[in-house]
Design a protein around this ligand. Structure first.
Ligand code: GDP
Ligand code: IMO
Ligand code: MG
Length: 432
């Protein structure tokens, strides 16, 4: 079997970019299968820091990188990202492939996302404002524009006229934004210019991916966001608009499930969330502030401060099951180096007094976390690269997490850089 999927097990920003970059060393191709430039994946090595939004993190190792059919693409943003990489010495020509079936995030998607959020006031979802929700709505509503549609200028114009008439009616009558209406002819011109610059990258990625599968090549599927932002399984409606779970690597990447051998769940040693929505272990006190400042918890895409809290084993256990996680990559343990004691949430007490160890359908806002307390290790672990150098108390914390969530750790990350990593058994991936 040839496919390994990397998924976030919490609310995103678990360190997927770092781990994907690390595992890419052993991979022949990296595929993004969902989401868009709402993602922000940080990769650090040497003195370089890269934040990737759309392009798979594999690009930094000059490995074939594919934007699959399940991704939604803001074309000018993709061109900007290509240009930024080029300026930093990373050439994507020949390495990057873009699915003709991927849907475009158009300017009205961005605008409607922002207008809707502004209109919701207190009830806003706290989206990244990148137009992701409206783009997926139009995909499912069969009003989307696919990358490959731009190969046919006449049909593209017909489609724009039909779609823009509807969008302008919404802007005029629903959002009182008649000054922001769109003109089909100028969008047509603008997007055909963009397309000229990207056309040589556009291909039938499912065919490409399956030809790699047939040759026995190692594929790495890079998830974006996290399990609890999944449209089906997350804390709806405070979620993103795609399926973020590993199963979507198949639909969004174009492979059959039998090819997946490993699912690596990325787990932050505590919990963070950006945007609105329930967060049972959130800390609105000084401990939460410490996690934010020591952990540098500010959004890689929007720069917003991330909400911080203790590790929630109820969430991650559910994520292990939903994604079929075969092993865990634990990140940011070093951020806990100075804490006197650490809390692990092992269950939820509901308002009616009942307790749950499985993630419940409702009542997330009001649950009271049931905590277990462990002593901190109070030793600097940042940058350690040998398992035997890890303090006993850190290993106890790690082992308790493994027990509670039902999956073994395969990678321990001790810092943001590629080299700050302990891989427990480097030969274990892509084996079964
Ligand atoms: P992603 O969206 O899951 O790729 O994660 P982000 O890049 O948005 O956020 C993770 C942040 O944590 C980035 O700034 C990483 O450089 C950083 N990071 C990843 N792993 C570690 C780690 O083990 N320790 C520390 N201190 N930072 C880490
Ligand atoms: P990575 O891949 C963290 C959150 C937003 C908001 C909700 C919906 O870097 O982990 P959207 O713009 O998708 O409609 O916003 O989802 N969100 C993320 N939070 N990490 C991300 O990506 C996110 N992508 C979206 O903050 O709450
Ligand atoms: Mg991120």
């Amino acid at each position: 079997m040839t496919a390994l999927v990397v998924v976030g097990t919490q609310w995103g920003d678990e360190g997927k970019g770092k781990i994907v970059d690390l595992l890419t060393e052993q991979a022949d191709a990296v595929v993004r299968y969902q989401g868009g430039n709402n993602a922000g994946h940080t990769v650090m090595f040497g003195d370089q820091t890269h934040i990737l939004h759309l392009i798979p993190s594999g690009i930094l190792r000059d490995t074939m990188s594919i934007l699959g059919n399940g991704v939604v693409i803001d074309l000018p943003e993709l061109l900007k990202e290509i240009e930024e990489l080029r300026e930093n010495g990373v050439e994507v020509k020949g390495t990057l492939h873009v699915s003709a079936r991927s849907h475009l995030v158009m300017p009205w998607h961005r605008l409607i996302d922002q207008l809707r959020e502004a209109g919701k006031g207190e009830k806003k979802i706290g989206t990244t404002g990148r137009g992701i929700g409206p783009a997926y709505e139009d995909k499912v509503g069969r009003r989307g524009i696919r990358m490959g549609d731009l190969r046919h200028p006449k049909q593209f114009l017909d489609r724009l006229e039909e779609i823009i008439a509807e969008k302008n009616a919404m802007l005029n009558h629903l959002y009182d934004a008649s000054d922001q209406c769109f003109d089909p002819a100028s969008i047509h011109r603008e997007y055909l210019e963009y397309f000229e610059r990207i056309e040589s990258y556009v291909t039938e990625t499912p065919t490409l991916v399956n030809s790699l599968v047939e040759k026995g090549r190692r594929l790495l599927f890079e998830g974006a966001q996290g399990t609890f932002l999944d449209i089906d399984h997350g804390t709806y409606p405070f979620v993103t608009s795609s399926n973020t779970v590993s199963g979507n690597a198949c639909a969004g990447g174009g492979i059959g499930p039998r090819h997946i051998s490993d699912v690596v769940g990325i787990v932050k040693a505590y919990t963070t969330r950006v945007g609105s929505g329930p967060f049972p272990t959130e800390l609105l006190d000084q401990t939460g502030d410490s996690l934010r400042s020591v952990g540098q918890e500010f959004g890689a895409t929007t720069g917003r401060p991330r909400r911080c809290g203790w590790f929630d084993a109820v969430l991650v256990r559910y994520a292990v099951r939903l994604n079929g996680i075969t092993s865990l990559a634990l990140t940011k343990l070093d951020i806990l180096d100075e804490f006197e004691t650490l809390k692990l949430c092992v269950g939820y007490r509901m308002t009616d007094g009942s307790t749950h160890t499985d993630f419940p359908f409702e009542g997330h806002e009001d649950v009271e976390p049931i905590y277990e307390e462990l002593p901190g290790w109070k030793t600097k672990t940042a940058g350690l690269t040998k398992y035997n150098d890890l303090p006993m108390r850190l290993l106890d914390y790690l082992k308790r997490i493994e027990e509670l969530v039902g999956a073994p750790a395969s990678i321990i990350s001790t810092g943001p850089k590629r080299e700050d990593t302990i891989v427990l058994n480097p030969d274990q991936f892509w084996k079964s």
